[in-house]
Design a protein around this ligand. Sequence first.
Ligand code: AHQ
Length: 256
Amino acid sequence: MTEQLKPWSREEFEEKLREKGRGYHIYHPFHVMMYEGKLTKEQLQSWVANRFYYQIAIPMKDAAILSNCPDKEIRKEWIVRITDHDGVDGVDGKPAQIGGIEAWIQLGQAVGLSREDVTSLKMVSPGVRFAVDAYINFAKQRSWQESVCSSLTELFAPHIHQQRISSWPTMYPWIKEEGLSYFKKRLTEARRDVEQGLSVTLDYFSTSREMQLKALDILQFKLNVLWAIADSIMLASTDIKVEGRDYLRQPVINFE
Ligand code: AHQ
């Protein structure tokens, strides 16, 4: 049926992509509680430790996209996403660049975790692993254009990074200021990333209404990945009381 419909104009298509922002994880109750200063120190620590699993996945996801992309010009632009996260060692007198993964570990230390608490992945919940692995596998198995499209949740990322930069010093004054450097770093990187991602998506998927609807479904898949990550972190870091009974989030099982 959709094949008879004309494709949306480039502007309309971009608007439809941006309208998907209504499902962005900034509206997830866990992130709303974070913004409102309602998270405990333990919940913030759990979020940082769990989200580390997503952060270390990004370069692998981007390398999967590169491995599927035959276009040298696209690869020359996309590859910077890997060094943004892995960093660059100082060579020939050039200064080293700290990457996002190291900055995230410093965020962990700023919220009171040890480097080992974060890098050991011992605090990462099964649901977070499942959602992040689904994102990496998507990038490995789908076309590079579809995986580029899935990265477009970053259309909405500067807003959530700015929220943290603006609210944490007031809401969580115990967090060391340097912990925010990751979010400040991403503000510019995300805006640059999205320019390329949007251009590829608007070009590749605008051949038909059916393809444009497919792009919206791909973006929804990634929105679901981010939402599922927040769901899992919220469950792993919140004491559950149901009908007056406390359910420990880490069940204490005494094997007699
Ligand atoms: O720190 C984030 C990041 O580096 C990326 C890369 C991009 C992608 O390729 O999917 N998405 C993304 C995101 C990052 N941070 C998330 C957050 O809430 O801190 C948001 C997330 C995104 O919007 O996709």
